[in-house]
Design a protein around this ligand. Sequence first.
Ligand code: DGL
Length: 267
Amino acid sequence: MNILNTTNNNPIAFFDSGVGGLTVYSKFRKKLSNENCLYFGDTKHLPYGNKTKEELISYAKFILDFFKEKQVKAVVIACNTSSSAAYDSIKDSYDFKIYPIIQSCAKILSELPINRLGIFATQATIKSGVYESEIKKYNPNMVIYPQSCHNWVNIVESKAQDSKENIKIVKDDLDKMLKNNPDKMVLGCTHYPYLLDVLSKFCPKDKFIDPAEYFVDYIIEDLTNLNLLNTENHIGYEKMYVSANPEQFKLAAEMFYHVKSEVEVIN
Ligand code: DGL
């Protein structure tokens, strides 16, 4: 790929169906505060987990076309569902670097010193089988236990994770997974780290893996190798976009990341 160095100070863009991708973005921002950043929450189509592959590809194309107009230097797919359903179809259509969360973290996950790995993810991600196939490319012996969690994204987006009813939903899904006796469990949807407090009431916190930790280091290393890091000595700007309900987005985001800037609606 021919990436011009003149793009160094152009923004890096992140997207997800909603606030989930902020679990990736906030970690990135903390490490590289001088980068100029864009974030798009596709709240009009939330949740992504119950959408078809065709729908998910068309949402991703719309967002990447939008980012292209903004002259981004790279796009981070801070969404497992979109990485599993859309990345393969769009990856060669743009002349900037695209980082999909699942494919970028698979090697690191495959090298964990464990044998049994649980994956919690959305219906669409689990149906795609991409976590399994990507990890097995590097480690065919890893035993994978995929499990979809139907309501978790809505619980997070509505900030209702502390209600009795929702704690039970999360606990029931966790209990189902624990029957497999996994060594570790991947939070394979960027919304799920918001549920760590609930999950860790029933199982030690260190059993859960938030791939965002690995993902952000991977992106930074790659940007460094491509000589694409921002060269300005400043605090980079941040611009937030959603496709609907900016106030609700701001409110849900607050749990995890303080959105200082205006949130612009893009249709
Ligand atoms: N946070 C996204 C993911 O990582 C999408 C969740 C959804 O909208 O269903 O899969």
